[in-house]
Design a protein around this ligand. Structure first.
Ligand code: HEM
Length: 144
């Protein structure tokens, strides 16, 4: 196969297929609008929602085959390690997924693309759980 044969749509990254920067920036912006209102998640960000929004956007762009700015600025993602300082119990994961699901639906992607994006986020969010202790000061996160 010549190089020219490899320039068709099959070469597009998932990042490009779903609309590139604008789509991912929109998802992450809507996500943080939800997180800002969440009594369990919001305090974790110590007021730096704009910085957090940039980091998550750059990470997702890179993950789906877009620009590699995240790693140029932050190095290897090591996401579990970077989440170790935070109390990520099942309740925190569910809240994170609730806001992300709403944000993703707002992008109005074709169902198969939405499912692909969602499937990754679900697995990633589950893998970020680092405690089964209830959220300090509440009864949330307790196991039934
Ligand atoms: C499961 C629930 C989760 C909680 C409660 C949570 C919470 C947080 C918090 C509090 C931060 C620090 C904000 C900052 O300064 O950047 C953070 C950073 C970050 N999170 Fe999460 N997160 C969760 C899941 C995820 C998932 C599923 C992903 C990826 C798909 C992710 C990707 C990131 C990234 C890329 C950063 C910035 C890391 C860095 O470069 O410092 N998080 N998260």
């Amino acid at each position: 196969m010549s190089a020219a044969d490899r320039t068709g749509p099959a070469e597009l990254s998932f990042y490009e297929v779903i609309g590139g920067h604008d789509t991912i920036a929109g998802i992450v912006r809507r996500f943080y609008e939800g997180v800002r209102t969440d009594e369990v998640l919001a305090p974790m960000y110590d007021g730096d929602f704009d910085g957090a929004e940039d980091r998550l956007r750059m990470f997702l762009e890179q993950y789906w085959g877009g620009p590699t700015t995240y790693s140029e600025q932050r190095g290897h993602p090591r996401l579990r390690m970077r989440h170790a300082p935070f109390h990520v119990n099942p309740d925190a994961r569910d809240r994170w997924m609730l806001h992300m699901t709403a944000a993703l639906k707002g992008a109005h992607l074709p169902p198969l693309h939405e499912a692909t994006f969602m499937d990754y986020l679900q697995r990633a969010a589950h893998s970020m759980i680092n405690t089964f202790e209830p959220t300090p000061g509440t009864s949330t996160g307790e196991q039934a």
